[in-house]
Design a protein around this ligand. Structure first.
Ligand code: MTE
Length: 314
């Protein structure tokens, strides 16, 4: 099924399926935000989709983009709290308890406090966004996320003029996360965005994939998606949102500051010290494809970095 749209991120669920299905799925997700999704399937079978030429930045290079198979999205993961191998998160993350869930909000904002997922996410306003995801390890996927713009959440929390950055933390609980004790990273997993990045319309707080509630291994019940940045910016299972004046020191910056920077914008011109970022392997493909600057979203986001040296600010 071909979708006729201008930009992939402008996809609404109406663009990709019938209105009837749309309503069913919305209703499903609405319910799923509060109850467990076990056994319920969203009507996605018919949606083997290819982005149209208009939506496809590879246009002219004869490289088509298709949604990554759901089994790969659910089975090939990075979530080090559950183990280092790509299959560990799907094998182990069943121990994560996502209901009830609370998120602490603090720092420079008018509405600090403790919130439930449904306080922050308007489950009547969920959107589907089909985004490329490029991992810093040089593999990529195309994922149909479900969520809301992060800006909608931030507006509710009313940051003050002192808030220049948004900081996020993942849950840290040894009882639920078997690999925490092995301590690769200094837990909890920490990430952050500059305020203008956080408010950009492409930045998504996801609660679902393929029309279903997020699986634990993908970061249930809510995780960040910043499609023009390497996947590690997409902090999972968020329990804390803070508004800071200073740039946060994130998990990967702490671990290897010469390899991972705060910005982490996808950039084929800036190699990782140990490998090139010029190409990537789309999961499901045999051959590698060229990596696009800002992961193909440059038209929308390049202006955020005008005048910045992207080699220094990697
Ligand atoms: N968030 C937490 N808490 N722990 C992690 O190990 N891995 C990151 C990011 N978010 C990670 C995380 C990395 S390296 C990537 S590529 C993406 O999650 C992978 O998301 P996915 O498994 O849903 O594809």
């Amino acid at each position: 099924m071909l979708i006729k749209i201008k930009k992939p991120w402008e996809l609404s669920e109406n663009d990709v399926t019938s209105v009837g299905n749309y309503k069913t799925r919305r209703d499903f997700i609405k319910a799923a935000g509060i109850v467990t999704a076990a056994g319920m399937m969203a009507p996605y079978g018919a949606l083997a989709r290819t982005l149209t030429a208009a939506a496809n930045p590879y246009d002219g290079r004869d490289i088509k983009e298709e949604l990554t198979d759901k089994r790969a999205i659910l089975g090939y993961n990075n979530y080090y709290e559950f183990g280092m191998d790509k299959s560990d998160p799907s094998d182990n993350a069943h121990s994560l308890i996502t209901v009830p869930w609370s998120i602490t909000v603090d720092g420079h904002c008018e509405k600090p406090g403790t919130y439930g997922v449904e306080d922050l996410i308007d489950f009547n306003a969920l959107e589907e966004r089909i985004y490329r995801m490029r991992c810093v390890e040089a593999w990529s996927m195309v994922i149909p996320w479900v969520g809301v713009s992060l800006s909608e959440i931030i507006k509710k929390l009313e940051p003050t003029s002192k808030a220049k950055y948004v900081y996020f933390e993942t849950l840290e609980d040894e009882a639920q996360m078997p690999a925490l004790l092995r301590g690769v990273i200094k837990w909890p997993y920490k990430e952050g965005l500059r305020m203008d990045e956080a408010m950009h319309p492409l930045t998504l707080m996801a609660v679902g994939i393929y029309g279903e509630t997020l699986a634990n291994q993908n970061g249930a019940p809510l995780r960040l998606v910043v499609p023009w940045k390497y996947g590690f910016k997409g902090v999972k299972s968020i329990v804390k949102i803070s508004f800071w004046e200073d740039e946060p020191n994130t998990s990967w910056m702490r671990l290897a500051p010469h390899e991972y920077g705060f910005y982490a914008n996808v950039n084929p011109e800036v190699s990782h010290p140990r490998w090139s970022q010029a190409k990537e392997r789309r999961i499901g493909d045999f051959s590698r494809r060229p990596t696009l600057k800002f992961n193909g979203y440059g038209e929308e986001v390049a202006s955020l970095y005008a005048g910045m040296d992207l080699r220094k600010n990697y």
